[in-house]
Design a protein around this ligand. Structure first.
Ligand SMILES: Nc1ncnc2c1ncn2[C@@H]1O[C@H](COP(=O)(O)OP(=O)(O)OP(=O)(O)O)[C@@H](O)[C@H]1O
Ligand SMILES: [Mg+2]
Length: 288
């Protein structure tokens, strides 16, 4: 399992993120971007973060280190923002921490050049994990010390939301036309030759073992966390061998909405997000 640390101080909310991630310090003296089990997107986005982040790093892509962060909601008692308070209260126990990259800036395709080899690796990897959230609208990459770092793998592996149809869903093609690196002539063939043979059953099993048991319990159709881990392995393994043949790269869409699913984008609202109390007041007002 991921290394476990204890959250010691909630520093500040990260206002860019739809799931209201926060910067949190831990007992190992590290500073992390914390993603909460109590956020609207649910714990499956955290499972996806772990499986895809740990897989990406093992394939040689830059992904900040991940930890499991134990949260006692009491650390948020002095937090003035009601939405943050509610989130912390709903997230006692294990949450996800990603090493905070101090001084990093969000990737801008007009300001930073990526070579075809690296672009090919990132696009191939996103095709493998079916990442619908690395578009020019929302790159989900950081530039740190002059290098590209991949963050935010919550909107991947769509098949995990419906296991009975997972094998069929994982066999589907990947449309990379809106991918933020599509403009850099990604060399997908070279990436597939180098990376696909590394995605073995052993590697995927090791990666799935990093997910904390508590995020894998009570899934309908599975009687143990290990049974569910196996399902993640079985969806990714055959996809790795052939996905490069099914990647579409056309002109990016300009006016069509993002491919990201509604459950993800609906949470992207301008700050401050309305709190439950605001929503209740709106409903009460509307009912009158
Ligand atoms: N490890 C990190 N180091 C520095 N900044 C980070 C890190 N992780 C995330 N951020 C910053 O926080 C923002 C939100 O993070 P992230 O995209 O993971 O959250 P999210 O809630 O899934 O967002 P969304 O769904 O809106 O893309 C990022 O756009 C980035 O600016
Ligand atoms: Mg993001």
């Amino acid at each position: 399992m991921l290394t476990e640390v204890i959250a010691t101080r909630y520093v500040t909310p990260l206002r860019e993120g739809g799931s209201l991630p926060g910067i949190v310090e831990a007992d190992d003296l590290g500073t992390y971007v914390m993603k909460f089990t109590g956020a609207g997107q649910g714990r499956k986005t955290l499972v996806a973060e772990v499986i895809c982040g740990e897989l990406g790093r093992r394939l040689g892509l830059r992904v900040p280190r991940l930890v499991a962060m134990d949260l006692d909601p009491v650390i948020g008692l002095g937090e003035p923002d009601q939405e943050v308070q509610e989130l912390l209260k709903a997230s006692g126990g294990l949450n996800l921490g990603m090493d905070f990259l101090p001084g990093s800036i969000g990737f801008d395709p007009l300001a930073y050049e990526v070579g075809p080899a690296e672009a090919g690796q990132v696009v191939w990897f996103d095709a493998l994990i079916n990442n619908v959230d690395r578009s020019w609208r929302n790159p989900n990459m950081m530039v740190w010390h002059g290098d590209l770092w991949l963050i935010d793998h919550g909107a991947t592996m769509i098949w995990q939301h419906n296991w009975p149809t997972a094998q069929a869903a994982a066999a589907k093609p990947y449309n990379a036309s809106d991918h933020v690196l599509a403009r850099f002539q990604p060399d997908i063939g070279a990436a597939a030759r180098e990376l696909a043979p590394q995605v073995t059953e052993d590697l995927l099993t090791e990666v799935a073992a990093q997910v904390p048991d508590v995020w894998l319990t009570d899934e309908p159709g599975f009687d143990s966390p290990d049974g569910l881990r196996r399902a993640y392995v079985e969806a990714l393994l055959p996809r790795a061998a052939t996905i490069h043949e099914r990647i579409t790269l056309e002109a990016p869409t300009k006016d069509r909405p993002s491919q990201a699913p509604g459950w993800l984008t609906d949470h992207v609202r301008p700050w401050p997000h309305p709190t439950k109390k605001d929503q209740q007041m709106q409903q009460d007002g509307g009912a009158k």
